[in-house]
Design a protein around this ligand. Structure first.
Ligand code: NAD
Ligand code: GLY
Length: 363
């Protein structure tokens, strides 16, 4: 078994805070030692859902931890569940130095982080992400939230974890559709790699081209390497722009279109990754129309997305309705929609300079 990867997220805000991301195999069995290295808590409250508890409650070894097992599903990412989490903190008399552990996918990670940010004005929390999406994206960077009936992730905060512990073994029980939803975010990093400002060139596009079979077979060395590269790129972006004043928005490549697709279908037809993969193709098409990129790069990008088979057939959306819906996105600013558009090979630019005709041209 290879040594785990260890990398740092540096947040140069007021507190000059930094934290580690540890990526490796069989880390659940070593969790007791790891969490105690990063937290001085007397009490650990592990927040998870019924699916993950059934699969992994006996594997996550943290002595004397208290468990809170929630219902599984995005529909539970709400005020009621937040109350359940805070109630559990109160009933178990968690104090300021104690710690919440988010053990699950992005839903559990986002909600637990928000509960940690709110309880006693902020207690420690640790991320142990169990989906590929959570391992390469949501567990890193401190965006935590719950949904409101009028919007997804509408109530939230920027609140960083103490450590992120990524055990690649847990991906083996993920179904293929969930794996692909994470892979859509992975491909996103390939297309923004050169804009992230990391000192080294990973060549993520080529890595993805060469290792597709091993990635789908969950070859542990390849998957660890892949997660390491994605987390490094995300850490680099977040360290330059924690609260999304500018650069961090590049992580939303394809997401302007994706959120619209998800909103118009009430989050019930496509997974987030399927919407993002479609949204990335639309962003590439828009860049082509604006002559930001040439046919060669456009085809190269679509080829990778197709090879990974990330997209379900899209329904025919009414163009006017689609366009109007885009302006309702919470990322729209001053009535303008911001697009992250491929500009050169593996580079993107953020722009609002897009006409209605151009948007119609990609739908
Ligand atoms: P999820 O948390 O709902 O997990 C997907 C499904 O997989 C669930 O049924 C879950 O129980 C199951 N599951 C989790 N781990 C498993 C495992 N190892 N084996 C088998 N089943 C497992 O979905 P997700 O895609 O991980 O996360 C989506 C959420 O993340 C959304 O709420 C989204 O808003 C949020 N998100 C947040 C950020 C951020 O930066 N904070 C970024 C992207 C997405
Ligand atoms: N998932 C996008 C971000 O963390 O900013």
């Amino acid at each position: 078994m290879k040594q785990p990867h260890n990398l740092k997220v540096n947040i140069p805000s007021k507190t000059a805070y930094s934290y580690d991301i540890i990526i490796g195999e069989e880390l659940l069995s070593k969790a007791d030692d790891l969490v105690k290295r990063y937290s001085k808590a007397q009490k650990f409250l592990i927040v998870t859902n019924e699916t993950i508890a059934r699969l992994y409650k006996d594997s996550l070894n943290i002595e004397n931890a208290i468990w809170l097992v929630l219902k599984d599903g995005e529909e539970y990412k709400n005020f009621e569940t937040l109350k359940q989490m805070i109630d559990a903190c109160v009933e178990n008399r968690l104090e300021r130095q104690d710690c919440l552990i988010a053990f699950g996918g992005g839903v559990i990670g986002d909600m637990t982080g928000f509960a940690a940010a709110s309880y006693m004005r902020g207690i420690d929390f640790i991320q142990i992400p169990t989906t590929l999406l959570a391992q390469v994206d949501s567990s890193v960077g401190g965006k935590v939230a719950i949904n409101h009936e009028h919007g997804k992730n509408l109530i939230g905060a920027f609140y960083q974890p103490k450590v992120v512990i990524i055990d690649t073994n847990v991906l083996k029980t993920l179904d293929l559709r969930q794996l692909k939803t994470g892979l859509a975010e992975v491909l996103k990093y390939a297309f923004i790699e050169k804009s992230c400002g990391y000192e080294k060139d990973f060549g993520l596009y080529e890595f993805l081209k060469q290792n597709r079979q091993k990635i789908f077979a969950l070859d542990s060395a390849v998957v660890s390497e892949l997660i390491y590269m994605c987390c490094t790129l995300k850490a680099c972006v977040v360290s330059k722009d924690e609260t999304e004043k500018g650069l961090r928005a590049i992580l939303n490549l394809g997401h302007t279109f994706a959120h619209t697709i998800e909103n118009l279908t009430n989050y019930t037809v496509y997974t987030h990754g399927e919407a993002v993969a479609t949204g990335m193709k639309m962003a590439f098409k828009l860049s082509l129309l604006k002559t930001f990129i040439d046919d060669e790069y456009y085809n190269k990008a679509c080829e990778l997305i197709d090879e990974y088979d990330l997209i379900l057939p899209m329904q025919d959306f009414d163009k006017e309705k689609f366009y109007d819906e885009m302006f309702l996105d919470k990322k729209a600013q001053g009535g303008k929609v911001r697009f992250v558009l491929p500009k050169r090979l593996y580079e993107v630019e953020i722009t609002s300079d897009v006409t209605k005709e151009q948007v119609f041209g990609v739908l």
